[in-house]
Design a protein around this ligand. Sequence first.
Ligand code: NAD
Length: 499
Amino acid sequence: MQELTHYIGGEHVKGTSGRFADVYNPATGEVQAKVPLASTDEIAKAIEIAAKAQPAWAATNPQRRARVMMAFVGLLNRDMDKLAEALSREHGKTIPDAKGDVQRGLEVVEYCIGAPELLKGEYTDSAGPGIDMYSMKQPLGVTAGITPFNFPAMIPMWMFAPALACGNAFILKPSERDPSVPLMLAELMEEAGLPKGVLQVVNGDKEAVDALLHHPVVQSIGFVGSTPIAEYIYGTGCANGKRVQCFGGAKNHMIIMPDADMDQAADALIGAGYGAAGERCMAISVAVPVGHETADRLIEKLVPRIEKLKVGPYTAGNDVDYGPVVTAAAKQNILGLIQSGVDQGAKLVVDGRDFSLQGYENGFFVGPHLFDHVTPDMDIYKKEIFGPVLSTVRAGSYEEAIKLAMDHEYGNGTAIFTRDGDAARDFANRINIGMVGINVPIPVPLAYHTFGGWKKSVFGDLNQHGPDAFKFYTRTKTVTSRWPSGIKEGGEFNFKAMD
Ligand code: NAD
């Protein structure tokens, strides 16, 4: 059995806590490795190393730091196949989807190559007589991030690339379910020229997270994962005086107007609802057709498409639409919610509960499901299922549809499908959700914009990547400087306006 490591001080280090978690191959259901779960002492050691390494890295000029990012992009492209295979083996997603996971992280690294431009401060010449004023964007020091299982390449890169480009040291605590790719990324960053100890990966669970949250040297915490943990980390981190941003769960609605191209809408729902087995925070899990006729037409288009979906292991290549979910526990949770939908009166139009794949009977596969006549009081509507399950809530009017999305506690992403510019514009303006698609089902912003939801999908003020990341990973210092000729005349004791 392979024993994974931590990556501390530029070395692969074995865990010393004696605690481990199993890492599965979700397609076969077999345990393929065990990952060490760090103790508070192991975290403290990584923090000590980070604190020693950070000042020299911060003193390295931004252009040189950017060159490390540039070299890292080259290495990601060189190792793309290897990274994607390791990612699929632990996560279960298809190889093309795993490459997308790496690619969307890589694009943020590319954005960070612009660090010299993004870190330029502000300067006011002659703010007063002989007085100049300037603002610097300085790194925070030792920063840390805690990431979810569903994007084991992209989300770590969304955090560590801007953190490092700004001159911080970064400690990554990845998901214990798929820790191999984060370890590979840390190795590649060093190959790209990052000094040892500036980026470290410490595997672990709540104990490791709590150690980061309570250590006084850690200046900031980034978190992506489920909402209850996001809320806990935000509260604890803030109470300990840290800068914290936490991104949580989602329930993304897609509104289908009567004038929408129904084939286009159905195709979009198939990719957005079932891609990656629904294990995306930007997956569409609720379809809201406006009007019963629209709903009937939509269901009619969806059913044959869903029945044609190919579910299988990543090793089957491009023929597979989506793979298994991440663990047996995730599968049980999804099946439990599907049962609750049936019990609470929703109509299960496509029932994938008896799905099984020859040769992969122990894999964590879940067949595709489609519910119709879902109502807002049902658990399948209220909770995030994070599986290949699409719920249809029929709305009588556009106003009813928009209200539904606005009243849901989550506010990560949403979409409207229509040919009516006025409806689309009204929707984009009024909706209380962070990322909006107009005839685009998964509106994930590109690296140079920012990513973030509203409501219970986020805790904190700044979004991920784009310009917000450079704000999150720096603090502003403003210097007022005077080189007067008459300073020898004596001090001034009044708090004076500039004149
Ligand atoms: P999770 O909350 O179970 O775990 C996320 C991280 O928190 C992991 O590193 C885990 O080890 C750690 N953790 C788990 N329990 C903890 C505890 N009690 N105390 C401290 N740390 C703990 O989430 P997950 O299952 O890995 O990921 C899926 C969730 O992430 C979904 O809810 C999904 O919507 C969300 N997500 C959100 C975004 C976003 O940008 N909003 C992006 C991706 C995923």
